[in-house]
Design a protein around this ligand. Sequence first.
Ligand SMILES: [Zn+2]
Length: 365
Amino acid sequence: MTKPGQDWADPPPSVATPAVAVLSDPRFLAHEPPGFHPERPRRLDAATAGAATALASRGIVSAPVTLREASAAELARVHDPAWLEKLTRALGGVAGYLDADTYFNAATREAAWLAAGSACAMVEALRAGEVSIAALLARPPGHHATRTKAMGFCILNTVAVAAAHALSLGFRRVAVIDWDVHHGNGTQDIFYHHPGVLFVSLHESPAYPNSGYAQETGGGDAHGMTVNLPLPSGTDGGGYATAFERVVLPILTEAAPDLVLISAGYDAHVRDPLGTMLLQRRDYRWMAARLREVALASAGGRVGVVLEGGYDLGALEECVEDTLHGLIDPASARERPPLTPQSASADSAVRAVERLHQGWWRSLR
Ligand SMILES: [Zn+2]
């Protein structure tokens, strides 16, 4: 109903703006390397600055979600309890390394447990409808951590703890889309036989951790529920868009998840020192927008973002900002990343995945 004096040219009412929560905490900064290491505290400052810029530009105030440490029961859903005991003892040391590149210090246990527990808090806020978009900006990252191993800068598998918590709260099908430049081997390992979690990973191949081949498609009752898109070095936004349009979005639409989680690493950015892909900030905005549309179609719009890698501070800040813009306002990112000669490098990988998954997904036939 029109109020007196209302101008018809006013922008759409603010009810169209989704409730958003950005979760972060200074305790994530205290997990510090012994010397130079790409996974460093300033990454968190960059990510939170990007998120703050996105929200401020839209006049959105982050909804309050209380961060907390994960309980033993929440962690035991995805990690072996004997391993958790061993890990806790190891992290009790002053500082050191759990593998060649996974350091810890006196603050690591608290940071990792806080990341995992806050992922549960994020899922609870999404479940309750308090927010429809939430981003957990935490360190250490998590997607390489397996059921029984810390590796690749990761201690606990934060996004896996979130997905398992969602299932415990009554979500029936959780989709985890991992666009970090490295394969999310830990998340795959944890849910490889679980029919309730659809895991989709787009990553550079060959590269660390030397897994995530297209032929890894899930096992047991979960064939087709692991979808790997190993893309060659030098793939750009047009190539990622091809993978999205031909594989990721058809499968997600058919799967109709009731929660969408993004394992959001930003090391496929063209300036990242660890990856050799060519993504730009607008490409993350486009991918985020398409994933929010999937969520709007089947998940009540609910998307949870968990920060993984991304080691160029400027790129990380820009891309977190654009991810939030894409999620909040998908219509602002309709323009498909352009096809270039580099885009074609993704074609053969995409074709192979289509062939492998046609038996499980009608939308690929
Ligand atoms: Zn990575």
